[in-house]
Design a binder for this molecule. Structure first.
Ligand SMILES: Nc1ncnc2c1ncn2[C@@H]1O[C@H](COP(=O)(O)OP(=O)(O)OP(=O)(O)O)[C@@H](O)[C@H]1O
Length: 259
């Protein structure tokens, strides 16, 4: 009998202390399976970004271990690792002096693919995020709207066919309509391509709408992890309850309008 595949990502009792005393992450454990979206939610400074950075080795943990595809990230070459893990950040993170085409083709080019294959991949990726390659390929990031830039950011992150995508507040700079459209497109892409993803957000409504599982962090610890339904029906404590109050209030206000 074959053994069950390991989770795409497993974080085991990880901690991070900066400059010898700032305890940003304290004993965090979590797992993310293929095709799953885990959202890290919590107030500013609770350690979300630090955790994300340790997964692709932009930071090293002070304790614990992180497994990617069943192998410790600490024993993997950091550059090779980052080619297998897509990264989408707030405000897109595109290279401003490179055309859309070059930004999206960056990872395949770094992997040594030939020009024709890169071109094919760029077109495929732009089509996938619903940007016409002929119209947008030669534009510079400064010639795009915020939503279009963020679409290019997704195309670039997905061009290397990653098994895992890490996202730090990817939608926070967008207007609500663009944001809603992109959130849905992202989940559709994830269903189609099957990659696992971890997303950081401050926004509890976004977390509840998008996540398979939400991990609520406070002072470097995960205080509750569960499906959006579990969080809503059985918040672990007053802190989680308070975080859920804003989306609850919005839902009530909208429901009243419909009466
Ligand atoms: N390079 C660093 N050196 C020292 N302290 C740091 C460093 N990076 C982060 N910290 C501290 O670690 C703690 C957690 O920061 P982190 O950026 O992980 O939080 P966050 O939850 O992502 O916050 P935000 O939502 O505001 O981005 C904070 O107290 C922060 O000041």
């Amino acid at each position: 009998m074959s053994e069950a595949a390991p989770p795409v990502l497993e974080v085991r009792d990880v901690s991070k202390t900066y400059a010898g005393h700032v305890e940003a992450v304290r004993g965090v454990s979590l797992r993310v399976e293929k095709g799953q979206l885990l959202v890290l939610a919590g107030a500013s400074g609770c350690g979300k970004t630090s955790l994300l950075k340790m997964i692709n080795r932009l930071e090293e943990p002070s304790g614990g271990s992180i497994m990617f595809g069943g192998e410790a990230v600490a024993s993997q070459d950091a550059v090779a690792l980052r080619r297998r893990i897509g990264w989408v950040m707030q405000g897109d993170g595109l290279f401003p002096h490179m055309s859309v085409r070059r930004n999206v083709g960056l990872i395949p080019a770094m992997a040594g693919q030939d020009a024709a294959r890169i071109e094919l991949r760029v077109r495929e990726m732009l089509d996938m995020v619903r940007l016409d390659p002929h119209e947008f390929g030669e534009r510079m990031p400064g010639e795009l709207s915020g939503g279009q830039r963020q679409r290019v950011g997704f195309a670039r992150a997905l061009a290397g066919n990653p098994e895992l995508v890490l996202m730090d507040e990817p939608f926070s700079a967008l207007d609500p309509i663009t944001r809603d459209g992109l959130q849905q497109d992202f989940r559709d892409l994830q269903r189609e391509l099957g990659f696992a993803a971890v997303m950081v957000t401050h926004d509890m409504a976004e977390a509840l709408i998008m996540a398979d599982e939400v991990a609520v962090m406070r002072d470097g610890r995960i205080i509750q992890q569960g499906t959006p339904h579990t969080l809503m029906s059985a918040p672990a404590d007053d802190y989680v309850s308070d975080l859920l109050e804003t989306p609850r209030r919005q839902m009530r206000a909208i429901a009243e309008l419909a009466q």
